[in-house]
Write a new protein. Structure first.
Length: 223
């Protein structure tokens, strides 16, 4: 919209911002509606593509018991994760797709058990805790996440009243699958913050359903 048009109709007044409210006030309701529809259509045609790398490293100490002597020991280990991602966001920011690969190395604590060694006479020496060293677990994770928000478009972007964020993860190193389906249904002034979700893992073959509360739903959350 040309600012000169607004200035000529309001001599001596500041030039209003070019949003739906001011278009309504200056040029009329129908023009405002047409302006808003044209702007939303223009934004919807845009496509945003992003890519990048991610990584994290940590430190953790593991306590364990030797399965032969029951002597207590400690291990210092460094779990880490590194990978890259590629994503696409629709112009009105109502939908996105994120693809990611990551190599992850973690350490799995041994199962907790109770074990005893025979002592002098009938006296037993017993312990209860992780029996054996923590095992190294390497994962090659491939994932795809789709985010979709449904709601009214404002200023060229959709403000969702309902959101979906299904995600599928495949561990190529261990042939494991995991699927998550969160559905955002409620929130506050900042946006959608909670709802219900279902999770499934190929190891357990069980579907777990529950209510969740988390950070505000965002289409670009896959970043």
């Amino acid at each position: 919209m040309r600012r000169s048009g607004a200035t000529s109709k309001n001599p001596g007044q500041p030039v209003p911002k070019c949003d739906t409210f001011n278009v309504d006030a200056v040029l009329g309701r129908q023009t405002a509606l047409d302006f808003n529809a044209a702007r939303n259509a223009a934004y919807a045609k845009r496509v945003l593509v992003y890519r990048g790398f991610s990584g994290q490293i940590g430190y953790k100490k593991y306590t364990f018991y030797d399965p032969n002597t029951l002597a207590k020991g400690e291990l210092d280990r460094t779990p880490w994760r590194a990978g890259g991602f590629w994503g696409w966001i629709g112009g009105d920011q109502s939908s996105s797709i994120t693809l990611e690969y990551a190599r992850e190395v973690t350490f799995e604590q041994a199962d907790k058990k109770t074990a005893c060694l025979a002592g002098v006479g009938t006296v037993l020496s017993c312990i209860s805790g992780p029996l054996g060293r923590a095992a190294r677990v390497t994962k090659d994770l491939l994932s795809v996440e789709v985010r979709r928000g449904f709601g009214k478009a404002e200023l060229g972007m959709v403000r969702p009243s309902v959101g979906f964020a299904p995600k599928v993860v495949y561990d190529a190193n261990n042939n494991d699958w995991a699927v998550a389906l969160p559905v955002y249904l409620f929130g506050d002034k900042s946006g959608l913050t909670g709802g219900v979700r279902a999770d499934w893992e190929s190891k357990e073959h069980d579907v777990v359903v529950g209510v969740f509360l988390t950070k505000t739903f965002s289409i670009s959350d896959g970043l």
